[in-house]
Every structure is written in structure tokens, then in C-alpha cells.
Design a protein around this ligand. Structure first.
Ligand SMILES: CC(C)c1ccc(C(=O)O)c(O)c1O
Ligand SMILES: [Fe+2]
Length: 307
């Protein structure tokens, strides 16, 4: 069993790098950390929400998620994870110094989950001591969770809970499973989708007011709102989903539950057919825009693995 400590980052291709960065800073409210003092790397932009050096990286190229990353405890844990994954039949790629530098981690490995989502495991993710300088005052406090697409959610849960320490916090039938790796209700979610992909990235905001203030701001900017504001009955969070460039869906949320009594928590099973199972406020839950770019294979798999 491989112990995931936290989520680390999402790395995504961007056909229009400048446009993706502009949206992530001026609309979403992340910090663009690259600058003269940060050993700028051409074609790569790092976006920051909290003490992590970055939680979102855009790489100039074909749109679509490249990898979703988690931290493990250190080089020893990473080496054990590599052995464990290989013994389970996964082809594991070990990143070189340039890969690690670009991701601001000490070491990394990568593999494809059973559904084709590229996952990276890292150790030594760089922490920035200086306060976050948000591109806009959206109230973001933290990279909250990432949500992957998979055709079979129960199978995805089986994978994440047997290979890793992910535990189901709640289910929405066969539509979604919300999983925790620490006290936070979920840091990883899997949503039913025909193909692998990134369903959304989530950012926690400081106040309830931020969700509604951001909602107005996004509407003023003509940003497509995909769902919300509403309240998820699972985590109890007030949410807002919106569509950014490159087909990337962002979620703001406020008030995610923490599961402090691990032994007492039992996952609940919500029926996706019940009105209110996704939004207790009974707002429309059908996403108007569902154009997630297909993952970009040439960027996803290093040549060493797939010649
Ligand atoms: C609909 C998606 C998968 C979903 C459901 C519930 C929560 C939550 O309880 O916070 C989410 O964050 C989701 O993204
Ligand atoms: Fe979410």
C-alpha cells in the first residue's frame, strides 16, 4: 500500500499559454510565480494558491491534462512506491533532473492509472516562504482537490483504495466517489466519464462571501458558469464551477467538511437520481459545457516508456 501524503499539482497543456495564465491570475486569482528570481523556463508557467511552489502548471502545447500529482513522504517512500507499482504490473517512468526541476520537486515517478489518467508521485515539492500574491482578490486559501474522470467509478475506487491509502468518504451512486487521504473530506474525486481526463481542479476560498463575490465577477467577465452556486451534501461545501480556457474546469468551494473521527465515519451513498444529491439548493446540476480536451498522449508519456 502506497501512502499518499497530499495532492501536489496538476500539469496541463495550453495552446494559448499567455491566455491560460491571464485567466488563472486575473480571473481565478492564482499567483503566477515565474519571474527573473524563479529560474524561468520557456513555455512553462507555474501558478500558486498556497505554500506549494505551484499547484497548477501550464505547458505550452496541445490543450489537455498532462498529469495529476500527489506527494509521498520522501525518497524512500518514492522508491518503495516505484517497486510496488511495478510489482502490480504498471509501467513506471522515473523523471530526470530536468523533469524534477520543471515541477519543483526533489524526485518524481509517473504511471498511467488503469483508465489512462497519467499520475505522478513526487517527493520534496518546493515550499515558498513568502506570502501568496494573488492575481485577484478571489479569496483562495488552498488547492482543495482534483477530480479525475474514469468510465467505472467503483473500479477506480478499488484501484485508489487498494494501491493507495485513499478512503471513500462518500459516493454519488455510480456517478462519483469522493476520497480522502487525510482529514479533508476529499482531496481526490473520480467522476464517471467515457474517457480519462481531468474533471476539475478545486480551490478553497476563505469566506462564503468569496463564492458569491466571485460568481458576480465571473458573470461580469462573461465566464461560463457550469454549476452553482450551490451546496454539496457530501462535503457540505458551497460550490461554484466555471469553465476556463483550454477546457479546464475550475471549482471554488467554501466550508469543506473534515473527518476527524476516522473510525466513526461511514461513507454514505447518495442517489444521483435524487434531486439535491449534488446540490442541496436544487440548482441545475447539468453542466452546460462538457468539452474536456482529450489527454495529450505525446506529452503524457515520455518516449522512454512509449517508443
Ligand atoms: C459532482 C462532483 C464530483 C462533486 C461532488 C461533491 C463535491 C463535494 O462534496 O465537495 C465535490 O467537490 C464535487 O466536485
Ligand atoms: Fe469538486
Amino acid at each position: 500500500m502506497i501512502e499518499l501524503v497530499d495532492i501536489a499539482y496538476v500539469r496541463s497543456g495550453a495552446a494559448d499559454l499567455a491566455g491560460a495564465v491571464r485567466f488563472a491570475t486575473e480571473v481565478v486569482g492564482l499567483e503566477h510565480v515565474d519571474g527573473p528570481a524563479d529560474d524561468t523556463e520557456p513555455g512553462v508557467a507555474h501558478l500558486r494558491a498556497d505554500s506549494r511552489h505551484h499547484c497548477l502548471a501550464f505547458v505550452e502545447g496541445v490543450s489537455g491534462v498532462i498529469a495529476s500529482a500527489f506527494t509521498v513522504d520522501g525518497p524512500g517512500a518514492l522508491a518503495l512506491a516505484e517497486t510496488e507499482l511495478e510489482s502490480r504490473g504498471f509501467t513506471v517512468w522515473r523523471g530526470g533532473p530536468a523533469d524534477a526541476r520543471s515541477r519543483r520537486v526533489g524526485e518524481l515517478i509517473g504511471f498511467d492509472d488503469p483508465f489512462g489518467n497519467r499520475i505522478e508521485l513526487v517527493c520534496g515539492q518546493q515550499t515558498l516562504a513568502r506570502p501568496v500574491r494573488p492575481g485577484r482578490g478571489s479569496g483562495i486559501t488552498e488547492f482543495g482537490h482534483l477530480c479525475l474522470d474514469a468510465p467505472d467509478v467503483a473500479e477506480a475506487h478499488r484501484f485508489w483504495s487498494t494501491t493507495f491509502n485513499a478512503r471513500a468518504s462518500d459516493w454519488i451512486g455510480d456517478a462519483a466517489c469522493l476520497m480522502r487521504i487525510d482529514e479533508v473530506h476529499h482531496k481526490l474525486a473520480v467522476f464517471q466519464g467515457d474517457r480519462p481526463g481531468l474533471c476539475h481542479v478545486n480551490f478553497q476560498v476563505a469566506e462564503l462571501d468569496d463564492v458569491f463575490r466571485n460568481w458576480h465577477h465571473l458573470q461580469d467577465q462573461g465566464v461560463p458558469i457550469e454549476m452553482g452556486p450551490g451546496r454539496h451534501p457530501q462535503s457540505g461545501a458551497v460550490f461554484l464551477y466555471f469553465l476556463g480556457p483550454e477546457g479546464l474546469t475550475y471549482e471554488y468551494s467554501y466550508g469543506v467538511r473534515r473527518i476527524t473521527d476516522e473510525a466513526a465515519w461511514r461513507p454514505r451513498y447518495f442517489d444521483p437520481a435524487e434531486r439535491g444529491s449534488i446540490d442541496m439548493w436544487l440548482g441545475p446540476t447539468q453542466k452546460p459545457v462538457t468539452t474536456r480536451p482529450q489527454i495529450t498522449r505525446p506529452q503524457v508519456l515520455p518516449e522512454a516508456v512509449h517508443p
